[in-house]
Design a protein around this ligand. Structure first.
Ligand SMILES: NC(=O)c1ccc[n+]([C@@H]2O[C@H](COP(=O)([O-])OP(=O)(O)OC[C@H]3O[C@@H](n4cnc5c(N)ncnc54)[C@H](OP(=O)(O)O)[C@@H]3O)[C@@H](O)[C@H]2O)c1
Length: 175
């Protein structure tokens, strides 16, 4: 199963604006591009903090064919939100989760943050590509794209202009 990390960041590498949760700082162009590109994936994975930041959106988008799995150390706390095969909560290791999704027939999985989950999957060698929208903003503080120390070499694949000042960069993780 291919795993693509998809995120939008400021030029200085933050995926939130200071302490404000969510990705409200992104451009109209990225907001239009993001939901469309998710249709290329049959599964997605995100962290508990990202889920809580956009919970109402995830609840209204509980649709068959779009399996979403939230990594949390307390899956039982989300029992009311869960729908088997559609919105799931787990404390599995990243490797065990990826193995389970692949065994269930999933081919492409979007890794949807946040920074802590990015670090976990990058450190485990589970990410194949990164698709990063770079917004023309500088924040100086916020949630970093990768929430902890890693050292990952990348190969540039492409640059696409989403708007006059918003660039989408695609990289492959070098094995
Ligand atoms: N701009 C963007 O593209 C973008 C994308 C995604 C997210 N964001 C933003 O980034 C922020 C969240 O990032 P974050 O780094 O603070 O948090 P995060 O990566 O979304 O989630 C961290 C959480 O994941 C769970 N977790 C971490 N390690 C785990 C493990 N080994 N096993 C099981 N569960 C584990 C824990 O959830 P529990 O606390 O539930 O135990 C932990 O608190 C939010 O504000 C979100 O809106 C922005």
């Amino acid at each position: 199963m291919e795993i693509v990390l998809i995120a939008a960041q400021s030029l200085d590498g933050f995926i939130t604006r200071h302490d404000t949760p969510g990705a409200g700082f992104t451009s109209a162009e990225d907001k239009a591009w993001f939901p469309g590109v998710l249709r290329e994936f049959d599964a997605s994975i995100l962290g508990g903090v990202t889920y809580r930041a956009e919970r109402s959106l995830f609840l209204t988008n509980r649709k068959p064919g779009r399996r979403r799995v939230v990594l949390t150390r307390q899956p039982e706390a989300f029992a009311e939100d869960a729908m088997a095969g559609i919105l799931e909560f787990t404390a599995e290791s990243p490797a065990a989760l990826v193995q389970r999704l692949a065994a269930a027939g999933h081919r492409r999985c979007a890794l949807l943050g946040g920074g802590e989950i990015h670090r976990l999957f990058l450190a485990a060698g589970l990410v194949d590509q990164l698709w990063i929208t770079v917004e023309p903003r500088l924040f100086g503080s916020g949630t970093p794209l990768v929430g902890g120390r890693v050292d990952i070499a990348l190969t540039w694949l492409s640059t696409q202009s989403l708007g006059a000042s918003t660039q989408l960069l695609r990289y492959a993780v070098r094995r």
